[in-house]
Design a protein around this ligand. Structure first.
Ligand SMILES: C[S@@+](CC[C@H](N)C(=O)[O-])C[C@H]1O[C@@H](n2cnc3c(N)ncnc32)[C@H](O)[C@@H]1O
Length: 203
């Protein structure tokens, strides 16, 4: 449990609009490309970790995926996403939880995480995340984190930067990288943030 982190995110989603936060994307294209490249059936269970009020879930519903879960530490973020989706929100499973406390009740065919894993900065936290994905991800993991050319903080919080070798090594006990790329994300303030993306498959 990280109460100060939860409070940070609850405050953020109470006070900032999507055009006031750096990570907002109108179209999460890279994530969607990797998810579609996984060639999973449309009823495969997918989870977006730290989904916040990202539009990824909207695009996944539009693409016909029917077993989508969105997890976030912030209840405010989840409420915003639910409000935006309206009745379509009923088709999604919503979980308010710190990823470090998450005890899944099922396995997932695809685990997506853009800009949440990188907030874990201690060996203990990173090991806990690795143990969770090793146990609960059946096949695909799509990760987007700040690269070594990216910012050192996100939302004012320290993060861990990764290059591809480090990301590969981090998960190599159970996963291998099948595709990867770096990407400049253009923020709503017209600055650039360099991300390292990777699509990993369970060995
Ligand atoms: C930088 S935002 C990225 C949001 C979204 N993934 C996107 O790409 O637009 C990070 C998100 O992770 C959530 N978050 C941060 N730490 C978390 C944690 N320990 N467990 C679960 N969610 C967390 C925040 O509330 C926030 O919604």
């Amino acid at each position: 449990m990280q109460p100060e982190k939860k409070e940070h995110w609850e405050q953020l989603y109470k006070t900032k609009t999507p055009d006031q936060v750096s990570w907002t994307q109108e179209n999460p294209k890279t994530s969607l490309d990797y998810i579609k490249a996984s060639k999973l059936p449309k009823n495969a269970p997918l989870i977006d970790i730290g989904g916040g009020d990202s539009l990824l879930v909207d695009y996944l519903l539009d693409a016909g995926y029917s077993e989508i879960t969105v997890l976030d530490i912030s209840e405010q973020a989840i409420k915003r996403a639910q409000k935006r989706l309206g009745i379509a929100a009923d088709k999604v499973t919503w979980i308010v939880s710190d990823i470090l406390d998450f005890k899944p009740k099922r396995t997932y065919d695809l685990w997506h995480d853009r800009a949440t894993f990188h907030f874990l900065t201690t060996v203990t936290e990173i090991e806990a995340y690795k143990n969770t994905v090793t146990q609960w991800v059946d096949s695909n993991m799509v990760l987007g984190v700040f690269s070594k050319e990216g910012p050192l903080k996100c939302s004012g919080l320290p993060i861990t930067q990764y290059n591809l070798a480090e990301l590969t090594a981090c998960f190599s006990a159970a996963f291998e990288v099948v595709h990867a790329q770096t990407e400049d994300h253009s923020t709503p303030f017209n600055t650039l943030q360099n991300f390292q993306f990777a699509h990993l498959k369970k060995k």
